[in-house]
Design a protein around this ligand. Structure first.
Ligand code: NAD
Length: 437
């Protein structure tokens, strides 16, 4: 099929490359000229394992092209994906200006019957807005154009794996006609047995928000438990293991730590809460989830203060700046929130991340960013594990102790064994587990 993907960011680029890989003709469009130049020359604009290879395969087969002009992709497309950003407004509501602009531009260039697909995460009701805009912009074509919701569930760091082998495909449409081309588009996945959920549009839009809100709730639940375990002398990892052994609960997303971040959970949770409020339902649980998440970073800062007394003239190494491992995405990263709070306390903060250092420096100029974990830890009074990269899990802990000025580790991701840290002579503050001193 001929497909146009508007927005070639973390979601759009993976969408482009995975659709081209199964044989569709795809044009990826982005208003960011530098990004499109990079993509045309075979460079990846962000770090995502396996993605450069998939994009290169698409370019080589000539089934994947990139452009800054919607006019290069939309007129011939049978399906147009909208994958632009939906950042939070000050109020927490989703800012849908990019979605409106992109869809309006697409509509102006449509020349045939087509399906406009919202892949960006948007509040329930957005498709209705798009449909109204369509009627105003293109009354001539509106009866032949369908609007579909097809939310994306990929995880950064595992995006290619998730796109190739998703655990479900969700298609929301109001009317059988729109499902037909979507089934054809996803036939290679459907033939492999990937489950497809077909719903009305509002259900699909709402289901995506519900998934992210529920996962955030699970994380905040275990972080609240961590605060309680710290006070009761209990071990949150063992508590989570016991809970997770119950199939009805499941062990995933029960890891206590600095909380969730990134471009999905924080903004989607707030946008969902705002949507509920606008619809007349006060979803207070979601507000509490966000509060507990903010507290997770504050709790780690308190541990650093407890260990070091005054923060002025103390060198603190923050290991991990991306919001999770295997990505260079620092958007709403808890590590950066932590670094900011430590800087506000007057500490000298040195950050290291295997891939996100440059991005973090751009975001927090006062943060010293170095190129190796050992440079960061040299002479440090405290090391904070902020992102659970494999490199930190594999680190030589004896070397770490001899590198640091004080052997103090605050582990915001519970990557080390308390008994081992004790044996090596660290003062070790895990999350939700007894302090080792
Ligand atoms: P992103 O910021 O990485 O990419 C968005 C892209 O859209 C940018 O490259 C930007 O230049 C481009 N853009 C904006 N306006 C445009 C326009 N009018 N015309 C052409 N291009 C335009 O964002 P992302 O992480 O890919 O997220 C996109 C959407 O997908 C969001 O709604 C997000 O919530 C959702 N989502 C993200 C993830 C994730 O893990 N990042 C997962 C699932 C869903």
């Amino acid at each position: 099929m001929r497909v146009c993907v508007v927005g070639t960011g973390h979601v759009g680029l993976v969408t482009c490359a995975s659709l081209a890989a199964v044989g569709h003709e795809v044009v990826g469009v982005d208003s960011d000229e530098a990004k499109i130049e990079q993509l045309k020359s075979g460079d990846s604009p962000f770090f995502e394992p396996g993605l450069p290879e998939l994009v290169e395969e698409g370019l080589r087969s000539q089934r994947l092209r990139f452009s800054t002009q919607i006019a290069d992709g939309a007129p011939e497309a049978e399906i147009v994906f909208i994958c632009v950003g939906t950042p939070p407004r000050e109020s927490g509501e989703a800012n849908l200006v990019a979605v409106e602009n992109a869809t309006r531009e697409v509509m102006q260039h449509l020349s045939r019957a087509a399906v406009i697909v919202e892949k960006s995460t948007v509040p329930a009701g957005t498709s209705e807005r798009i449909r109204r805009t369509l009627q105003r912009e293109r009354p001539d074509l509106a009866p032949q154009v369908d609007v579909v919701s097809n939310p994306e569930f990929l995880r950064e760091g595992k995006a290619v794996e998730d796109a190739t082998n998703p655990d479900r495909i969700l298609i929301g449409a109001d009317g059988e006609r729109a499902f037909v081309p979507m089934r054809e588009l996803y036939k290679p996945w459907i033939d492999r047995g990937v489950p497809v959920f077909e719903t009305n549009i509002a259900t699909a839009e709402l289901a995506k928000h519900a998934c992210n809100a529920f996962l955030s709730t699970k994380i905040s639940f275990v972080n609240a438990l961590a605060r309680l375990c710290e006070r009761a002398g209990a071990d949150v990892v063992a508590v989570a293991d016991v809970m997770g052994a119950d199939d009805r609960i499941g062990r995933q997303f029960l890891n206590a730590g600095l909380g969730y971040g990134g471009y999905c959970f924080p903004k989607d949770l707030l946008a969902f809460e705002r949507l509920a409020s606008r619809l007349g339902y006060e979803f207070g649980l979601l507000r509490e989830v966000a509060t507990i998440n903010d507290d997770a970073v504050r709790a780690a800062v308190e541990k650093v203060k407890d260990a070091l007394w005054n923060m002025e003239d103390k060198r603190i190494a923050v290991l991990g700046l991306a919001f999770k491992p295997d990505t260079d995405d620092i958007r709403l990263s808890p590590s950066l929130a932590l670094a900011r709070q430590l800087l506000d306390e007057g500490a000298h903060v040195v950050g290291y991340d295997p891939v996100a250092g440059l991005e973090a420096k751009g975001e927090i100029p006062d943060l010293e960013v170095v190129n190796t974990m050992w440079e960061a830890c040299e002479g440090a009074h405290c090391v904070v594990i902020a992102t659970d990269w494999q490199e930190f899990k594999d680190a030589d802990l004896e070397r770490l102790r001899s590198t640091m000025a004080y052997p103090v580790v605050v582990d915001g991701r519970n990557i080390y064994e308390p008994a081992e840290m004790n044996r090596l002579g660290f003062t070790y503050y895990p999350t939700g587990r007894p302090v080792v001193s």
